[in-house]
Design a protein around this ligand. Structure first.
Ligand SMILES: [Zn+2]
Length: 96
């Protein structure tokens, strides 16, 4: 199992995110999966800040939206609705 040092394991994170939770989008509490707000392939990390509970039926749409948003951020590193100190451009490789 891949596990970065200093971070909780994925199983642990998933349990924390989905336990007793409801889908962020439709509010149902069944069949929850752990969704990456910033997809992993766009540099999203396995950290609680980047995770939210989403049910299986919402997940495909939510995932698609997350990817679209990640692409925008990719092109414009300043996330528009998140005022934060400017960060260095993350060292990422384009997936294609
Ligand atoms: Zn849902």
């Amino acid at each position: 199992m891949r596990q970065s040092n200093g971070h909780l394991s994925w199983a642990m994170l998933s349990a924390i995110v989905t336990r007793g939770a409801a889908c962020t989008y439709c509010g149902c509490a069944e069949d929850l999966v752990t969704h990456h707000k910033i997809p992993r392939r766009y540099g999203g990390l396995d950290v609680l800040d980047n995770l939210e509970p989403v049910c299986r039926s919402c997940h495909p749409a939510v995932e698609q939206e997350a990817v679209e948003r990640a692409k925008l951020v990719w092109e414009r590193p300043e996330w528009p609705d998140r005022p934060r100190r400017p960060r260095q451009r993350p060292a990422l490789r384009r997936p294609y």
